[in-house]
Ligand binder design. Sequence first.
Ligand code: ADP
Ligand code: MG
Length: 366
Amino acid sequence: MKTIGILGGGQLGRMLALAGYPLGLRFIFLEREADCPAGQVAPVVVGDYADPAALARLAERCDLATFEFENVPVEAVQRLRERVPVHPSPFALLSAQDRLHEKTLFTDLGIPTPDFVAVASFIELQSACKRLGFPAVLKTRRLGYDGKGQVVIHSAAEMEPAWRAVNGVPSLVEQFVAFRRECAILGVRAADGREAFYPLTETHHTRGILSTALAPAPHASAALDTLARDYVKRILDRLSYVGVIALELFDCGDGRLIANEIAPRVHNSGHWTQDAGVCSQFENHLRAIAGLPLGDTTPHGYCGMVNLIGDAPALERLVSIPQARVHLYGKEPRPGRKLGHVNFCLPTAADREAAMRATLAILPPR
Ligand SMILES: Nc1ncnc2c1ncn2[C@@H]1O[C@H](COP(=O)(O)OP(=O)(O)O)[C@@H](O)[C@H]1O
Ligand SMILES: [Mg+2]
């Protein structure tokens, strides 16, 4: 029986473990806090990713490893790889951690992405804005998530406060895209090159945080789905990737998709896969890294997901929503914090719309 070591003990790790137990897999996590979402369902080595002794303790107790958090230091993954196989690779992790590497990868692969300029000083920011025009988006190259580490700049007067807001760290300026909607696609690749793709998913954000997802994306043509698949396939192949990857896209509404970013891990836009009658993104990630055949990715209905952010209704109310599948992460409420989500998989698009509306209606204001 294989034990999988996971760097990071948040909800993604917890859901990986919950997906792996039916297959007889075991789990062990490395995380600074013992009482983390994953710690409620699996043992935790309490320690820092940067601590070689903690990594050695993890390696001793697992057969292979992965990560659920994209900001784990690449050196930690490299160190762990000296002892056990780790997927995805440090190279894939590095490509996703730095927005400059990420956007360069898109460009190299012929995947459209907003025009961008790397900046390391205020002078460079000024000339980048001059080149790209307003509005522009200033994003730190590293460590941004859930809309943190980025500012939209509408005019020359906003350049100085924006530069201060990112503390003058190395950043990218990119063109603001007037997209029609946001989408994401999940791909999974096994070590032998076999691949599978989930359908294009429509995503909605509130203050930079994913709030709802719809899959398959409403009114997405087969051509649009194929285009998204083709883009994520190029990335999987170039990185010789093993595991699940997410590609966030802007849908321009005219047949074009523009790549925003990748996440080298299971992703919030794919949580609906847990209740879609298919092999979930969590199980497929485990299958890929454990060398097992990949599972079915075609949903059995119209799927939707509503995130529970900041504060959640009482469990009694959540489970009273007809057909709701409730997933809570064992976290204390805090503004902006992801506490859980609710999934639906229903026979018609109208049923899905109604169920999601009913769920949103009982959420605290956000
Ligand atoms: N170039 C852009 N044009 C328009 N909106 C953008 C652009 N870049 C980001 N956004 C908006 O900000 C959100 C968060 O940006 P993203 O680059 O995905 O960072 P994060 O790592 O925080 O998810 C996106 O989902 C999108 O709504
Ligand atoms: Mg994003």
